[in-house]
Design a protein around this ligand. Structure first.
Ligand SMILES: [Zn+2]
Length: 332
């Protein structure tokens, strides 16, 4: 694997070539649009693909470079308006999640003042998300995972979007966190602006060929089959029931967060064999705190575990849950 500095140099040189294309245009710093849809030229962005919103989730940088290569070689010719955004270059260079504030908690509906690097960056990105119909924000997990998964805040449109991109990848629905004014994610911001935003958690942070392939497959489905998606949505939008509800019956991989597990104290830790998508039964031990077992209150899978010690120690806000439990639902 190339170093991040080398890959950023590659990104910059590819970005310049993309902007030099007749259909290419710089739209924000570290962001460009390929205007492939002549009908809607420069009014709407059909699809936004974003990566490295968290600086230590480096795969996003590689995904964007690969897509640029494909377009420059002529192997990929988008017929839609596609924006490509590199989320947080500063954090990437420093190999940290963020420099001052979590960028993915910095999007706001009404920005009064931006006091950190990430809030200023979020403001810049918002100008694109406001015009975006569909967003895929590529992320990686901080700790190991048994599988890749989509994360969304349920709307019919975002659910359809995830299913359309890859029905085999499970969906984790975070129902909460819908505060309108502050500290929202890129995907919630996009949903509020009328689009559909989803996150794809590809695997544990770092470079992995398999993750890159999975991401490219999703990106290419979004770009090449976009009109099919629009058509599907225009049908589903008018119906009370239909594809969305049907899809619960056919895919047993839609999960809702049913429990946010708080650490009872600072003294203790989750069991380190518990990783993303580890199955748990009600009553199973998740960890030990001050000599007492902490147990799951539900059947489901563990999502976003944060250990106190060991190689996967994650810097955690005290208010953050130590993990969440997600359960399969077959109706809504
Ligand atoms: Zn992330």
């Amino acid at each position: 694997m190339k170093s991040i500095v080398e890959e950023l140099t590659r990104f910059d040189s590819l970005m310049e070539k993309m902007i030099a294309l007749e259909k290419g245009e710089k739209i924000i710093s570290d962001g460009l649009c390929y205007w492939g849809n002549e009908k809607k030229q420069k009014e709407r962005i059909d699809l936004t693909l974003m990566g490295a919103v968290h600086g230590n989730e480096i795969i996003g940088l590689f995904i964007l470079c690969e897509l640029f290569e494909k377009i420059l070689k002529g192997d990929l010719q988008p017929k839609i308006n596609v924006a490509f955004i590199l989320g947080n270059r500063e954090a990437l260079k420093q190999d940290v999640r963020f420099t001052e504030k979590d960028l993915n908690r910095s999007f706001q509906k009404n920005k009064k003042h931006a006091s950190s690097h990430e809030e200023r960056r979020a403001h810049e990105i918002e100008s694109i998300l406001e015009k975006t119909s569909f967003l895929v924000d590529f992320h990686q997990t901080q700790t190991p995972t048994h599988r890749a998964f989509f994360v969304l805040n349920y709307t019919r449109k975002s659910h359809l979007w995830a299913r359309f991109l890859n029905p085999e990848i499970p969906i984790i629905n975070f129902k909460e966190g819908m505060k309108r004014e502050e500290n929202i994610t890129s995907t919630i911001f996009t949903n509020h602006a009328g689009g559909a935003g989803i996150t794809l958690e590809l695997g544990e942070k770092g470079f992995e060929e398999k993750q890159l392939e999975k991401a490219l497959k999703v990106a290419l489905q979004g770009i090449n089959s976009f009109f099919e998606m629009e058509e599907k949505w225009s049908i589903v939008e008018k119906k009370e029931t239909g594809f969305i509800e049907e899809s619960f019956k056919h895919h047993h991989n839609f999960y809702c967060i049913v429990e946010k597990v708080e650490a009872p104290s600072e003294e203790g830790d989750l069991h380190h064999d518990i990783i993303n998508f580890s199955p748990v039964k009600k009553g199973d031990a998740l960890g030990v705190f001050e000599g007492e077992e902490l147990v799951s209150l539900h059947d489901g899978v563990v999502i976003f575990p944060k250990y106190n010690k060991g190689r996967d120690k994650v810097k955690r806000d005290k208010k953050d849950p130590i993990c969440s439990i997600a359960s399969v639902v077959d109706h809504f």
